[in-house]
Design a protein around this ligand. Sequence first.
Ligand code: DP6
Length: 322
Amino acid sequence: MAVATAVAHPNIALVKYWGKRDIPLNLPAVPSLSLTLDRYTTTTTVHWGNVSEDSVWVDGQAAAPAFRKRALHFLSVLDARRPSCRIETTNNFPTAAGLASSSSGFAALALAALAASGRSMTPAEASVLARQGSGSACRSLWGGFVGWSMGIRPDGTDCHGYPISRPDHWDVAMVMAIVSSDKKSIGSTQAMIRTAETSPLYLPFVEQARDDVIRATQAIKDRNLDTLGTIMESSTFKMHASMHAAVPPVMYWKPATVACIQTVLSLREAGISAYLTMDAGPNVKVLCLQREAQAVQAALLHHVEHCEILKPGGDPTVTIHE
Ligand code: DP6
């Protein structure tokens, strides 16, 4: 029984995951594709045994009951007969605010738990495990551009991420306009279930996802930003339109979200190749070339107080302490 620490980066979907064909296993209704970010990290330490009771700590404080339950249940998925465990986790960026903290969170927890419990798994097997904590986490097992295939097996053992391109393949940036760091009003799991059950616009999103992933993958290989950006915006707006048409509507946008969207469209009219995406929150993330990122950031700072430039990030890391 040992102690291990894993550090993982969040990923931002360029072709979106929204909806599940199996809720407990987090098997997606669609394939998706993402970019892992640098600088933002989740650092998670797992003590596997040698503690008197289960405990979960977030930024040095006892975790909220819902997260505590979710994190401990995840360890029991790995090993139903596990010993008592201690989990300590910290993010260097806002949690549960649409900045993909659950992706880095469950990737780091999976890797720390595997190492602390003395198990060795391939990245694909670890991705299958991370997926069961949060779907998008299965893509944070790799740096750079990463896909997530749906698989066909009912037990989900073939449903995991796969690397597409290393972080240094392409000098793109993701400019993050932080409209709000508040926790989201409705979590992504509940929001995607409601969308799938009630929205008449959900089916077109599902039907086009496979083609979006195929074309986006080729655009990454070709380093074609205009094609990739167009596919990313289309996937984003299909996802959000389907949320808006849910009953009751799922609406994450704030006035500054719309101002940022309009800014990106104006930047393109001015000749800058900048394309936007949004997740389960009001923040706007803009994909552009690194050499144009500061101009994009300056334009977005008219509408938000915080706007950060991130680049493609690397693989997660694991350290075993004892
Ligand atoms: C909008 O991975 O947070 O960010 O599987 O229920 O934990 P669960 O959902 P989660 O959903 C992420 C949705 C998204 C799009 C994406 O990351 O592909």
